[in-house]
Design a protein around this ligand. Structure first.
Ligand code: XMP
Length: 509
């Protein structure tokens, strides 16, 4: 299979670069610059290399550099931002820093006629983020793009197939960025389109069939996207030898536990053990109000439940995990195998006795995992499931938990999610209800009520590290509020959370 190497110099868009390449059905992998040598690169047979951006200046003592021999390796290279400056520096050009040449954000770029700019309109908008710039290209290079401030927005050495762009083609703000990446991948690197999810499924299943033949495989299924897709993929390979354990801690959303069980047991015919541990968790959480304490108790209890199940199941040969590519790569730091430290399964390797770990999704980005999930026939509700915290509704019932409060929240939350879905609000990335611990006075008919205040929360975000509160139309909020106060007993007031992250977090606890 043809593949492109994304050589990581610590830039913030590195994963995006690999994803953009993969969108062209060409496999790309990310390696830190200090973990792969020029001879490794040659040996691996990469069809092309992309130098990423990075936060440094090439003249900084600590800035990441690379063996200049790579420029003569006969492999096409594209340098992006810092990667472009590094290419200039390595080739003998001059990089300078000048505050009045720095550019940030959407910038008009003038392109010359060149193969890497095939079908790119000139001038057009690109995303820039730099202070340093290439003041003088190396002798063998020619400038092929510029801006008002930047004399060299792109350069090339066609003979050695070396290309560099000061802007970021991988971000959507660069109008023709996708086109440029596609030109590089196909016209320059001559890659074939052989990274497709159908063949990923086929090769993964057949390799696991062979590798895991006759072995007992255990997977902790949370009902989230990653573990669900990993489960179905492995089930195709080993059938009943896969045992999935689904711990229902009683803190799931309305009907969620039943849905997960039905999907995997009935639809896929899997060997699924559902552990109904609601009472166990409620007992442990009785009287606990402090958020961190709640989270800790749930995490620990989860491990204990699994430990008990593990004793019943006995020794397994293989522990399977739903680790995905972003869990594996840690930008600029090394690509050592990380055993997924997901809240729900963090401590499993310690309490289960097994010989090896398999991670069938460790090469896939989230959107690829979803594509595989759909192709495997996993219901859309699971494949496009919103992120859901490991401690579940425990962090959405403020203060002490009771079964009644959880049921109240479940009903209200289901109504809110249903109304947002019905309204087709595409920029709501995570939306849910929170049962506050505040009771307020209301009036229903002629009677006084004294019920809980329910908060509705919806965020718009790419990465959940920062988030904006979603501008849900008032009409939708009104329907949700009306339905909740009418249909859910015990709630007398509904409010909408209009705080972004930061300063707030997405979850209330
Ligand atoms: P916060 O509240 O930190 O949430 O802004 C950011 C995202 O992470 C989810 N979240 C969790 N996910 N285990 C998880 O797997 C957890 O303990 C946990 N806590 C928060 C949250 O739902 C949001 O998507």
């Amino acid at each position: 299979m043809d593949k492109i190497l994304v050589l990581d110099f610590g830039g913030q868009y590195n994963q995006l670069i690999a994803r953009r390449v993969r969108e062209n059905n060409v496999y790309a992998e990310i390696k830190p610059y200090n973990k792969i040598t020029v001879s490794d690169i040659k040996e691996e047979g990469y069809k092309g290399v992309i130098f990423t951006g990075g936060p440094n200046s090439v003249y900084d003592e600590m800035s990441p550099h690379y063996d200049p021999e790579i420029l003569n390796a006969g492999i096409p290279i594209l340098g992006i931002c810092y990667g472009a400056q590094l290419m200039a520096y390595m080739g003998g050009g001059v990089v300078e820093s000048a505050a009045d040449s720095s550019e940030y954000g959407k910038t008009i770029v003038n392109f010359k006629n060149h193969a890497i700019f095939k079908d790119v309109k000139s001038p057009s908008v690109c995303f820039m983020s730099h202070t340093d710039y290439i003041a003088k290209t190396p002798d063998s290079f020619t400038v092929i793009a510029d801006t008002d401030k930047c004399p060299c927005a792109a350069m090339c050495d066609d003979k050695r197939k070396l290309y560099a762009v000061q802007f970021h083609p991988e971000v959507t703000q660069s109008e023709y960025g996708k086109q440029i990446i596609s030109n590089i991948v196909f016209d320059i690197c001559k890659c074939s389109k052989d990274w497709v999810m159908d063949s990923f499924i086929e090769t993964t299943v057949s390799s696991f069939k062979e590798k895991l033949s006759g072995k007992k495989v255990l997977l902790a299924l949370s009902g989230g996207v990653d573990s669900s897709v990993a489960a179905v993929l492995l089930h195709k390979a080993v059938g009943p030898n896969l045992v999935c354990v689904f711990v229902d801690h009683g803190l799931l959303r309305k009907n969620e536990g039943d849905f997960v069980e039905k999907t995997f047991k009935d639809k896929f015919g899997m060997n699924l053990i559902r552990v109904n541990a609601e009472q166990r968790f409620l007992d442990k959480l009785k009287g606990v109000t402090e958020p961190e304490k709640k989270r800790k108790i749930i995490g620990e209890e989860f491990i204990r439940v699994f430990e008990d199940e593990g004793k019943k199941i006995g020794k397994v040969d293989v522990l399977a995990q739903g680790t995905i590519y972003p869990d594996v790569i840690e930008s600029g730091k090394g690509d050592s195998a990380v055993i997924k430290s997901h809240h729900n399964v963090g401590g499993l390797p310690d309490v289960i006795s097994f010989d090896e770990i398999v991670e069938p999704l460790r090469d896939l980005f989230k959107d690829e995992v979803r594509e595989v999930g759909l192709k495997l026939g996993i219901p859309k509700e699971l494949v496009f499931r919103q992120p859901f915290p490991g401690p579940g509704l425990a962090v959405r019932v403020i203060g002490e938990l009771t079964k009644e409060k959880l049921d109240t929240l479940r009903d209200a939350d289901a109504i809110f999610r249903e109304e947002v879905d019905k309204a087709g609000i595409t920029d709501a990335n995570q939306y849910f209800a929170v049962l506050t611990n505040t009771r307020t006075v209301g009036v229903m008919g002629d009677a006084r009520t004294y019920g809980y205040t329910l908060a509705l929360r919806s965020v718009t975000t790419d990465d959940f590290m920062t988030a904006e509160w979603t501008r849900i139309p008032f009409e939708v909020l009104e329907i949700a509020s009306h339905r909740i106060t009418n249909e859910v007993k015990g709630i007398s007031r509904v409010v909408y959370d209009i705080t972004s992250k930061p300063p707030a977090t997405v979850e209330w606890e």
